[in-house]
Design a protein around this ligand. Structure first.
Ligand code: ATP
Length: 237
């Protein structure tokens, strides 16, 4: 299996606090990987390390065989890595279309940007309908769709999704899951961070469990779903 991303012995500190200790994992091309763990376990810190928003204290990251660690975030976007942050973070005062255009900021080919925009409008008709309205007028679920579409504007090969289900109603969560599956079927690799471990493991093929900054368990999704200790701790059974 060719690895798209390899993370080796990653450690991140926030001042004196050790947020990640010696974290190693990899993502294969086309794979959906789940990172599960409690609040504060370090999942978001892993995502920020990959997209370049935090600087690791130690470790290496390789993307398509190239070292990532020294590249600024926009260079990583250019290489094919897109990050959908926790809490969606759409630009509320900008229109939906402007939000989408921001997602294509590393693309120089205007025609390609236009084509990508049309693709997004075909996938998310509600965004097309409301394209001139400020993003702040969208519902939480629609803002999540916009955040996903904005990330897809850079036509990523690796999509980092941080808590896409957070704060959404069960019906909208179903919709978002459906979209994540579609993106994966299109061949995009995804790292899915979720506190909703059940949801993440029904979408992902494989998962890692993070506890206080370290990986404590790795396995195929069906295996993890049947793990008795995980059932109690994470699946609310
Ligand atoms: P959540 O689901 O709440 O985002 P998480 O698993 O993603 O949790 P992180 O956000 O990566 O966890 O946080 C890991 C640890 O680092 C936590 O103890 C958190 O309090 C701490 N932390 C995160 N960001 C900072 C920061 N900017 N400064 C100091 N400490 C931080």
């Amino acid at each position: 299996m060719t690895m798209l991303l390899e993370v080796k012995n990653l450690s991140v500190n926030y001042g004196k606090a050790k947020a990640l200790k010696d974290v190693s994992f990899s993502v294969a091309k086309g794979e959906v990987l789940a990172l599960i763990g409690a609040n504060g376990a370090g999942k978001t810190t892993i995502m920020k390390s990959i997209s370049g928003l935090v600087r690791p204290a130690a470790g290496e990251m390789w993307y398509k065989g190239k070292p990532l660690s020294k590249l600024p975030p926009y260079e990583r976007v250019r290489l094919g890595i897109a990050h959908i942050p926790e809490g969606r973070r759409v630009f509320s005062a900008l229109s939906i279309q402007q939000n989408l255009e921001v997602g294509a900021y590393t693309q120089e080919n205007k025609r390609q940007v236009g084509e990508q925009l049309e693709k997004m409008y075909a996938t998310f008709p509600i965004l097309k309908e409301r394209r001139r309205q400020p993003a702040g007028t969208l519902s939480g679920g629609q803002q999540q769709m916009l955040a996903i579409a904005r990330a897809l504007m850079s036509a990523p090969e690796l999509l980092l999704m941080d808590e896409p289900s957070l704060g959404l109603s069960p019906l909208v969560v179903q919709e978002v899951s459906h979209i994540i599956r579609e993106i994966a079927q299109g061949g995009t690799s995804i790292i899915l961070v979720e506190q909703n471990a059940l949801l993440a493991l029904t979408i992902a093929a494989r998962g890692y469990v993070i506890e206080v900054g370290s990986i404590v368990l790795e396995g195929a999704a069906p295996e993890l779903l049947n793990n008795e200790s995980l059932k109690e701790a994470y699946f609310g059974v």
